[in-house]
Design a protein around this ligand. Sequence first.
Ligand SMILES: C[S@@+](CC[C@H](N)C(=O)[O-])C[C@H]1O[C@@H](n2cnc3c(N)ncnc32)[C@H](O)[C@@H]1O
Length: 221
Amino acid sequence: MEKQELKHFENNELRTFGRRHGKKLSARKVWLMENLLPNITPKTDKYDEKSIILEIGFGNGEHLRDLALNDQKSIIIGAEPFVNGVAALLSAITKESDNTVFDEYKNIRIHPDDVRLLLKNLQHIKFSQIWILHPDPWPKAKHEKRRLLNSDFLNLISQFLSDDGKIIIGTDHWGYYDWIIEQLKNTKLKIKSTSLDIIKTRYQLKNKANTDTPKYLILSN
Ligand SMILES: C[S@@+](CC[C@H](N)C(=O)[O-])C[C@H]1O[C@@H](n2cnc3c(N)ncnc32)[C@H](O)[C@@H]1O
């Protein structure tokens, strides 16, 4: 797929996410959204030789923070259109005393919107890892077209992988998992592995009583 097919998303934006706003933000979170966020959006960086990791739909950012802590030499970019999730991450990476970012989280960059908009602006970047944990499953048949991980999107993100880069997907919705495997038939991506240490995200912890064991896919070009 050519990069110009990015236009496809520009013209036919089909929402892949649910609500953008939850409960009212605290005064501190509003301050962080207005004053800190503009300084740590991905467009402000050059990145040079650094390895860059992308997490799509980071929710409240628990896993993204783990990535940042465990890989201090990499830049960790997160994309998330849910405002309360972005605000929760901003709150967790900053000191309450003066709202500055903790040293160990200074490698985090946040795109507070649809990842497809981000990719339009980052066309020359290659990611060593692209994570998507618990993408919205859109379980009703009439909503299936809203699933993010269709073959077009998988083809798109495969172009942003570095030579040995990997896409790591986790979902507890086994129907969506099987559907993704079907979508892969229209891509050149290969399944490298399906096993991964258990990852605890907020979604996963909240739903553990009601959902199936998460399944994983590790893909490469
Ligand atoms: C079920 S939640 C899971 C959140 C988190 N990964 C977790 O496991 O706790 C799915 C998330 O994907 C986000 N999302 C959906 N479509 C997206 C898109 N096009 N770009 C970025 N994020 C998206 C949603 O806003 C939502 O927060």
